[in-house]
Design a protein around this ligand. Structure first.
Ligand SMILES: *[C@@H]1O[C@H](CO)[C@@H](O)[C@H](O)[C@H]1NC(C)=O
Ligand SMILES: *[C@@H]1O[C@H](CO)[C@@H](O)[C@H](O)[C@H]1NC(C)=O
Ligand SMILES: *[C@@H]1O[C@H](CO)[C@@H](O)[C@H](O)[C@H]1NC(C)=O
Ligand SMILES: *[C@@H]1O[C@H](CO)[C@@H](O)[C@H](O)[C@H]1NC(C)=O
Ligand SMILES: *[C@@H]1O[C@H](CO)[C@@H](O)[C@H](O)[C@H]1NC(C)=O
Ligand SMILES: *[C@@H]1O[C@H](CO)[C@@H](O)[C@H](O)[C@H]1NC(C)=O
Length: 477
């Protein structure tokens, strides 16, 4: 059509060069070896849309005991085809941020040492994720497993997992499913998870789920870290208690919970770090909320902008064997804290900024007498908002003459009564049940007495009255 014109010739030449560059793929990638002896093949940001048929010589020459990282971050790949064999004891491959929609069967068959695979930020659906894609080398009529330990599937289009997905990845330790439209952890997904028995890290953040079936984590005896942030949970799922013996870290940020109570963390006896922040609706932390957490070291209870009440019994039963070292209560809507909430002097780090502190005797006791003042991070000294006289002052600057003399012993001053705020539907139901039982028993007894009365009346009327002489009756002798 435009044959002959100079511009056309130039355009054609440019197009040919572009096609050649794309086809050559990996050849233009940069390879390097870093101080930690990891050989890196950097194919990032190169507009690659087809995977290379061979790795450059530098990668092929890598000694067998070395670590290899190959990254195709931010290209235009739409399909993961079978990768060429790469040497190295531990191989990591990243396809993060492409537009991958397909993964071929046996894609990683030449890479039995693939330990890390990042497929995040793509367009992969659950249907594409079949067990076959992770099949290892084919020997004696069977497929081997691959060494895969970390699989990042975040930011894709996954609703559900195939039940055989992890058939060839027995060493899978870290699974990231965050930012996928899962919505419901269905039966097959649970079956798939149940086969990943070596799982230690499970990321289910931002997956639109609002519940986790009770048996979802059955068999995951090594599960240590779970991220449930950014979901629709109205309460902390009870199913977590199934892995309570192994779970060390829980992220429960950004969920629509309204309160935390003695049911919230049941069974999580091994938890070391807990994050419950950015919960828009969280208003109250009730009595015994943290009581099950007998190993907790770090508590993040921050950025809950409605949180205004923490029961002075929230840590009930933990004070004798205190394990907490860091407590962050920053950016909530707190104005007061009970001085006996926790043994403040046993903490290493305390965060309290960004609240509406009423600098009263309790707070002065916590900060001065119990030494919280020494535990704030530099630059993170909280301010008083009230009373007027101290508004804007550091709470470490407050001196209140009218407070009872501080002593360093742990003196609970709060009422120990069982407050109405601590009442839960559970308690109310039991009370109603109790009253109902008493009424019922009363009624039954009443009925019985009446029946017996009626019976005797009837019998005594129908029979001649029979007087017995007590003295004559041997049974009374
Ligand atoms: C990889 O290459 C891209 C493009 O040249 C560059 O922007 C990026 O910094 C490189 N990444 C690393 C880890 O070297
Ligand atoms: C990824 O590539 C696109 C163009 O293909 C570019 O606009 C974007 O800035 C890149 N992102 C990163 C983080 O490199
Ligand atoms: C991924 O790539 C798109 C364009 O291709 C870009 O806009 C976006 O910033 C990238 N994301 C990340 C996390 O790099
Ligand atoms: C899984 O890990 C064990 C222990 O590190 C290792 O011996 C085994 O070869 C791995 N499995 C596969 C399929 O690579
Ligand atoms: C914070 O608490 C105060 C009362 O102490 C209340 O008036 C205010 O509405 C609360 N703020 C939010 C965001 O709930
Ligand atoms: C705290 O007290 C010191 C010394 O009395 C004073 O210089 C400083 O301005 C006070 N700061 C605040 C924020 O209260």
């Amino acid at each position: 059509m435009c044959r002959g014109s100079k511009i056309c010739k130039v355009l054609a030449l440019l197009a040919a060069v572009a096609v050649a560059a794309a086809a050559a793929g990996g050849s233009e990638c940069a390879s390097s070896v870093d101080a930690l002896n990891t050989a890196t093949l950097n194919c990032s940001r190169r507009h690659i849309d087809v995977l290379p048929e061979n790795w450059p010589q530098e990668i092929l020459d890598v000694p067998a005991d070395q670590h290899v990282l190959i990254t195709f971050f931010n290209n235009s790949l739409t399909r993961v085809t079978q990768l060429p064999a790469a040497p190295g004891a531990r191989v990591a491959v990243s396809f993060k941020n492409n537009t991958i929609r397909d993964v071929d069967d046996d894609a990683f068959r030449n890479m039995p040492n693939l330990v890390y695979l990042d497929l995040s930020n793509n367009a992969i659906t659950g249907e594409v994720l079949r067990g076959e894609i992770f099949q290892g080398p084919y020997q004696d009529g069977v497929y081997d497993s691959i060494a895969l330990e970390t699989l990042n599937l975040g930011y894709n289009q996954i609703h559900s997992l195939d039940r055989n997905l992890f058939e060839y990845t027995p060493n899978l330790t870290r699974l990231y499913l965050n930012n996928n439209p899962i919505e419901i952890l269905d039966h097959v997904t649970i079956l798939a998870l149940a086969t990943a028995t070596n799982l230690e890290v499970l990321d289910l953040a931002y997956t639109d789920i609002d519940s986790i079936p009770l048996d979802a984590f059955r068999g995951l005896e090594r599960l240590q870290q779970v991220d449930l942030s950014g979901n629709k949970f109205l309460e902390v799922p009870e199913s977590l208690s199934l892995v309570g013996a192994s779970l060390e870290y829980l992220n429960f940020n950004n969920n629509p919970i309204v309160e935390l109570n003695d049911d919230s963390f049941i069974g999580l006896t091994n938890l070391k770090e807990l994050e419950v922040g950015e919960n828009e609706y969280l208003e109250e932390v009730k009595r015994s909320t943290f009581s099950p957490l007998k190993s907790l070291r770090v508590l993040h209870l921050c950025h809950n902008r409605k949180l205004s009440y923490i029961s002075h019994n929230a840590f009930r039963g933990l004070k004798d064997a205190w394990t907490l070292k860091e407590v962050y209560l920053d950016d909530n809507n707190l104005s007061e804290l009970p001085s006996d909430l926790m043994p403040w002097s046993k903490l290493d780090t305390i965060g309290m900024t960004g609240n509406n502190w009423l600098c009263n005797c309790d707070l002065a006791n916590i900060v001065i007498a119990q030494g919280a003042a020494r535990k704030f991070k530099t630059g993170d000294i909280p301010y008083c908002v009230a009373p007027m006289r101290w508004s804007g002052a550091y709470i470490t600057n407050v001196t209140l003459d009218y407070c009872p003399t501080f002593d360093n012993t742990f003196t609970p001053k709060q009422k120990k009564s069982f407050g109405i705020r601590d009442l839960k539907p559970k308690h109310v139901l039991w009370s109603i049940f109790g009253v109902a039982m008493i009424v019922l028993v009363g009624m039954v007894i009443g009925l019985l007495v009446n029946t017996i009365k009626a019976f005797y009346k009837k019998t005594f009327r129908s029979q001649p009255i029979h007087y017995i002489n007590i003295n004559d009756d041997s049974s009374f002798a």
